[in-house]
Ligand binder design. Sequence first.
Ligand SMILES: CC(C)(COP(=O)(O)OP(=O)(O)OC[C@H]1O[C@@H](n2cnc3c(N)ncnc32)[C@H](O)[C@@H]1OP(=O)(O)O)[C@@H](O)C(=O)NCCC(=O)NCCS
Length: 174
Amino acid sequence: MTLTPKKAQDSLIQMTELVLPNDTNTFGNLMGGRLMYWMDIAAALSCMKHCAAPVVTASVDNISFETPIKLGNVVHIEAKVTRAFNTSMEVHMKVWGEDPVMQYRYKSNEAFMTFVALDPNGNSRPVPPITPSSDDEIKLFEGALRRRQLRLILGGKMKPADANELRALFFEQS
Ligand SMILES: CC(C)(COP(=O)(O)OP(=O)(O)OC[C@H]1O[C@@H](n2cnc3c(N)ncnc32)[C@H](O)[C@@H]1OP(=O)(O)O)[C@@H](O)C(=O)NCCC(=O)NCCS
């Protein structure tokens, strides 16, 4: 069965949260775990919007917290599906903090997660392909194959020898 492709832009989710005392560590900064929880939800919503099915988190790529987000500041998360494979989707997230009084935004971090769509029996099911449009979407779409190979190797699901696109980055093809 061939599924109708959908635009990457149509999977966009924008989430806004306020950092409250219970979200912070003893330095008054947003805890990493709380941010990852919100990112997980935004990413899952984006994938569900794309595939119209329940999804589970299959993997989370490494996350570097570049700038702390302060108590009383606002968290903005944008999540968009970069590429759909067979039953899995890679989703890209951008996170900003915002000081609502001084009215400026600052970048916090970016991350990739992978979700798998499930059928009513809990088995993985095919998802529609993604059509990228903007330059950014095309760049993310093209890089998704390599990132997928890297995470499948790290997860013990792919042999390095089978990761052709990833190998092409490091070795000249004969
Ligand atoms: C994710 C899960 C559905 C994969 O099931 P599986 O039977 O191991 O996977 P399969 O080999 O059938 O592969 C299914 C898809 O998952 C992808 N996948 C599996 N492991 C992955 C990983 N570590 N990273 C990225 N993708 C992964 C496969 O590439 C495949 O994608 P494709 O169909 O687009 O090629 C299963 O491991 C699961 O249910 N895990 C728990 C999910 C969960 O509870 N998440 C919440 C956090 S605890």
